[in-house]
Write a protein that binds this ligand. Structure first.
Ligand code: NAG
Ligand code: NAG
Ligand code: NAG
Ligand code: NAG
Ligand code: NAG
Ligand code: NAG
Length: 731
């Protein structure tokens, strides 16, 4: 054989035939958000234009006529930006040319995120972006992400932008509309505060840094605004700085109270004043003391306008704040961390001299337990589950409120982000009526899909899909375009970790809690396709503190398993309920006695980390195993395994309905092929693969995807995407 022949032969054996298949993707509607929304930013010049920035799920633009939101960052993938670009740390909408949008993206500044941050720049309200790489990391999911905004466009010269960074990188400036950036070297502080300087992971020990940048609209000069305010996360040293010469020099504002950290700087141009809420933490889940200050720019005086006075009331910090630009002196402020009895939002119409609250709460002695009298009517019809998933029926105002915004063009319209959702309403002026009228507190998060999917199962009959998700439990989805109902009995007020159904009897479903609970068992079952649930009595009791991990179901009672390591992955045969499969390291195990004992049957080549076992719902013993080295296939209940051509690493996999009777099986895989991480499908056991177009080629990080193929519809697959809820796609 010639040398050329050798080379040709080598490339034939290693290359895989991969075609490209366009897919149509939509969200399975959960609605209501399902995750933290650090801030909501209205454009001051263009009515109805607003953005909601999330910490792990990208950025949404408001559709003001529909009261719904459209995701803008689904194009983010491993290669075009930082794939962790779904973490939106800061956002600026241009007050001069409202089409312009800037977003600083990146998830973590510690080792969890390998890449530096990016500034995404758009000239069409986020329909398309260019990428400006930054020489440092950006922390969209880090402590203090609800401070801001720390990215701002100068309203007196929109070529000028400032960006306040973390990790000691200081204040940065661009004079060419975000295309180039340099550090403001004479800015006096890069920040000192970190929530926990001893945290060796680097997460809580990272310096929070610059908190916000606010231009003084009233100071138009040749180089843009001459007066600029910058807040820094310092506690106990100067933390509000000002320039009066367009950024040439900076000084700490005299007379400031720097005991706690300034969260936002809200300018009231008509009052010529700056409102600043403070807390003794950076949020979102901390802060036990705080105050609110008003700085009068003309005479340089500070006035303490803290709403809650006295020890009994003042046990939280202040964060979300907004002034009504149409009504000088009208301002609202939210507590950052008031859980008991509930977050109580304040409103003033006299510039902070006096305040009223969204509910009243008395403290009758001797036990200081009050009664909550709401001045709001709760409306969660857009996503009923957000009220009931936690405690049944709480009508809660929220928690972690760091972003609150009154529409600059409509005094009745307001929005705020919480740890769970976006609330708001269209009748805010009812608050000021005399006698006082209720406002409507509505879930206004339609289109925001921020849940982090942990597990999916698609039974062949009954609901279309059952999901378990981070933070808010999970859902039974019978209609893909309507909000689902949350789990009950038990409600797990937090992360659930896995779900499975019995193949031979698909209405039997099992779910597993992902958090420790002293009150509820960690396993629940349904025998009617998820309509009703019961705690599973045969599961370990709460006191054994067993939770999390993976679960597989065949209908037999639970018992302790023999012959498996605790880190093993498991799956049930979908047709023969005595057969279970398991894998750990490079070893593959089969149980033929309902999971009581497992025996090693085959090996997964040189794999070290098996990820998923996907079992056919159509044929006993037809199964696939993904691992760090590829995908293996068996059709003789696991006695032998063969490596499939194509994938060099794979994560979530799922067996779907075959294309025709001649096609043995259809397999979906989040995998690496020819060096490309993407979602693939094969209808011929790996002879050929189709790379499925993901939403604008994004869909986040492939290794975090959770796939469940639809057993009823050829080509259809459900995909849980980190921080973006559940998608379904088909060709
Ligand atoms: C991030 O930027 C710094 C400064 O330019 C550079 O030294 C570093 O290599 C970059 N890191 C990555 C992962 O690109
Ligand atoms: C600054 O705020 C702290 C905390 O609220 C308070 O104890 C202190 O008295 C304030 N200092 C001044 C000078 O007002
Ligand atoms: C500063 O100006 C504000 C607004 O005009 C006024 O209410 C306040 O009394 C002034 N403070 C001082 C110390 O002059
Ligand atoms: C406001 O709504 C609450 C229910 O959330 C109700 O109890 C109360 O009576 C209402 N108040 C008024 C003035 O309508
Ligand atoms: C299920 O599998 C077991 C163990 O391999 C086997 O003995 C049994 O015959 C199978 N049952 C059916 C209905 O195929
Ligand atoms: C990432 O997205 C870009 C378009 O922004 C696309 O050209 C590229 O193929 C995508 N990469 C992957 C791996 O999907």
């Amino acid at each position: 054989m010639t040398a050329l022949g050798v080379a040709l032969y080598a490339s034939i054996v290693s290359a895989v035939v991969v075609t490209f298949e366009p897919y149509i993707w939509s969200n399975v509607e959960i609605g209501g958000g399902g995750g933290f929304v650090p801030n909501i930013i209205f454009n001051p010049s263009s009515p109805g234009l607003a953005y909601a920035r999330t910490d792990v799920g990208g950025v949404y633009r408001l559709d003001p006529y529909e009261d719904s939101w459209t995701q803008l960052l689904d194009f983010v993938n491993d290669t075009n930006a930082n794939y962790m670009g779904a973490g939106a740390y800061a956002l600026a909408t241009d007050p001069v040319q409202p089409e312009n949008l800037y977003i600083a993206v990146g998830l973590y500044t510690n080792s969890w995120d390998p890449k530096n941050g990016t500034i995404l720049k758009s000239h069409d309200r986020g329909e398309s972006f260019s990428f400006i790489p930054l020489p440092f990391k950006v922390g969209g999911n880090m402590p203090g992400r609800g401070l801001g905004e720390r990215l701002a466009v100068d309203p007196n010269n929109n070529n000028i932008l400032y960006f306040g960074t973390r990790s000691g990188n200081g204040l940065w400036k661009s004079i060419d509309a975000g295309d180039h950036w340099s550090q403001v070297s004479n800015f006096p502080s890069v920040g000192t505060y970190a929530p926990d300087p001893t945290d060796t992971s680097g997460y809580n020990s990272d310096i929070t840094g610059i908190a916000w940048v606010t231009f003084d609209l009233n100071t138009d000069a040749t180089d843009g605004s001459s007066r600029i305010f910058v807040g820094v996360a310092n506690m106990g040293s100067d933390n509000v700085f000002m320039s009066t010469d367009s950024g040439s020099t900076w000084t700490a504002i005299p007379g400031q109270n720097n005991t706690f950290i300034p969260h936002h700087g809200a300018l009231s141009p008509a009052e010529n004043a700056l409102y600043i809420p403070y807390a003794n933490g950076v949020g979102p889940w901390d802060g036990t003391l705080g105050y609110v200050m008003k700085y009068f720019i003309a005479n340089g005086s500070w006035v303490d306008i803290t709403p809650a006075q006295g020890i009994l009331d003042n046990y939280y910090g202040y964060s979300g704040i907004s002034v009504d630009l149409q009504r000088p002196g009208t301002v609202m402020v939210a507590p950052s961390n008031e859980y008991y009895p509930d977050a109580n939002i304040f409103r003033s119409t006299d510039g902070g001299a006096s305040w009223t609250q969204i509910y009243s709460y008395g403290y009758p002695p001797p036990n200081y337990v009050g009664t909550k009298t709401p001045y709001y009517k709760f409306d969660v019809s857009a996503a009923p589950w957000i009220d009931t998933f936690l405690t049944g029926n709480s009508e809660q105002v929220g928690w972690g409120i760091q972003g609150l915004a009154i529409d600059p063009h409509d005094s009745n319209h307001w929005l705020y982000g919480t740890g769970l959702t976006i609330y708001g309403g269209h009748d805010l002026l009812n608050w000021d009526a005399s006698p006082r009228k209720n406002i409507t507190l509505a879930s206004l998060a339609t289109g925001v899909e921020e849940t982090a999917v942990q597990g999916l199962t698609a039974p062949i009959s009954g609901p279309k899909i059952v999901s378990v998700v981070g933070d808010v439990g999970g859902f039974v989805h019978t209609d893909l375009s309507a909000p689902p109902l949350p789990f009950t009995n038990p409600i797990w007020p937090g992360t659930a970790s896995d779900v499975d159904h019995a193949g031979a009897n698909p209405s039997n479903i099992v779910r597993l809690s992902g958090i420790a609970s002293s009150s509820t068992v960690s396993v629940a079952t349904s025998t009617n396709g998820g309509s009703t649930w019961s705690p599973y009595a045969g599961a370990p009791s709460p006191s054994e503190n067993i939770y999390g991990g993976k679960i597989a179901m065949n209908g037999s009672p639970f018992s302790t398993v023999h012959g498996l390591q605790s880190n093993a992955i498991i799956a049930s045969d979908k047709l023969n309920k005595t057969i279970f499969y398991a894998a750990s390291g490079s070893q593959f195990f089969v149980s033929t006695d309902g999971g009581s004992t497992f025996e090693q049957k085959a090996v997964l080549g040189d794999s070290t980390t098996p990820v998923r076992i996907a079992v056919s719902p159509f044929k006993t013993g037809e199964l696939f195993v993904s691992s760090d080295k590829g995908i293996w296939h068996s059709s003789d209940p696991g006695s032998s395994l063969s490596s499939m051509p194509g994938p060099t690493a794979a994560w979530s996999i799922s067996v779907g309905k075959a294309s025709s009777l001649t096609s043995p099986v259809s397999l979906f895989a989040a995998a690496q092929m020819n060096g490309v991480n993407s979602m693939y499908r094969t209808d011929d056991l790996g002879e050929t693969w189709a790379r499925l177009s993901t939403t604008q080629d994004g869909l986040g990080a492939v290794d975090f995807m959770v796939l469940a193929a639809d057993p009823n519809v050829y080509s259809q697959v459900f995909a849980g995407i980190g921080g973006r809820g559940i998608f379904y796609g088909h060709s």
